[in-house]
Write a protein that binds this ligand. Sequence first.
Ligand code: DGJ
Length: 534
Amino acid sequence: MKTVIICVAMLFAQLSIFAQSNTNPLPRIIDKNGRHQLLVDGKPFLILGGQAHNSSAWPGMMPNVWAAIKQMHANTLEVPIYWEQVEAQQGKFNFSIVDTLLAQARARKVRLVLLWFATWKNGSNHYMPQWMKLEAGKYPNILNRDGKPIDSPSPHIEATLNADINAFTKLMGYLKKADPQHTVIMVQVENEPGSWDTVRDYSPLAQKLFEGQVPPELLKPELLKAMNVNVVTNGTWQKVFGDRADEYFQAWSIARFIGKVAAAGKTVYPLPLYVNAALRDPLTNPKASSYESGGPTDNVIPIWKAAAPAIDLLAPDIYLSGSEKVLKVLDLYDRPDNTLFVPEAGFNKENAKYMYDVIARGGIGFSPFGIDRNAEDPESTENKDRYVPYATSYALFKTMMPELAQWGFEGKIKAVVEHEDQADQTVDLGQWKVTVTFGSGRGGTTKNTTPNGKAMIVKLSENKFVLIGTNCHIAFAPSGNQADKAWQYLKVEEGKYQNGVFKPLRILNGDETDWKGPNFGDLPTVLQCTVITR
Ligand code: DGJ
């Protein structure tokens, strides 16, 4: 009898290990045909996120952050972990804030992306613990061309690197133990690294390295071609990279440092890791003196990839405005070797539309920054107003998240966002083309007050589509080899996805489809539409 009980207990133990490892695999990013997908608990996941303000990750501040997450219907909170807080005394770690965040997130069924505010925060060392700040000689900042100190840490210092590696690996080790259910799905390593006010470090140590040879990792022919320079097999920074040498040296040095921190953390606990970028103008190839030099700006993505292979993706923080610039940025960071993720965007109504483009590209998520703004009054009208386009989209997307993520991954979605000129836009779908007209009223006769229209068109099969949008009309017309044929809607249904199945609420017809196609108002809706030629 005793043996039977022991055997049954062992069997259960084995089954539960099996069940755990099968039902709860680590979050990871997969790639196929140059597209990407984030898997959480083994299933396609979209980060419908919100990022807390820089100084909000303290227990007393969290109620306002959670109120904002709730109001937005977000499924993920991005929240900083401060080095100065968790290692206030050298070598003594206190991760109670991690416990607090994990418990509070789990209670709300929200996932976390942790932001490791450490050696770099917006190019500065401000989140280093005091014991480091007080030893400026041991953990130095960089110097500009005139030898003047700059408010930015040196990427060339072993002591700083080792201290960061030590703290980051402790954090990842702690997470591994404290978070078997993977509430934390990704970690951002540092925050907007780079240097303002100088293109690179001109300290004697850095100067010596700069005058040395370019490392072999950067001399690969495909990398040099991608950087638009001559293919060579050796040379100094200046010789190989000419007038961009200073910036590229800074990028390599910072990326190498962060790559080592990331690799060490990943060895302990291999969560997806990323680095966020303070962007440069994506259209004019400006000089590095006009932006944060050395961070993962679009022009140095190949350097970052070569220097920091443990970093899964480089992510643009969107504070630029204007659809031409923003869409260009999304294009530049959506690459076969880089998963698109927008970890920060200015928290305004206009930016919400870009989420549509990110999802269509197979991007893994979007998150406005500073969601707990006006924390003392989260119910203020201004706040509510700003939440609306995110809240309405997130609430809808949550009902069909695996489908959206999968369609994006498979390249089945085309997105359209309204530009400043508010002009119609046409999308080619093969046998059909759609024209998206922005505005309200019959056929979009009344322009939107701001260019906030957006649409996603999902091609389920040659004649069947899912349409999601706001503030626009979507009109079909035959195209390709059936361009001259007459056509009509066979059926247009409005409904919702429930557990992967489209559940119609009603058939749309008459006024709702006759005036430049099915129309979408302020609230995003989902239509399933079949078109035929005749
Ligand atoms: C970008 C940074 O990454 C954020 O931490 C924050 O400082 C915002 N800029 C601006 O408030």
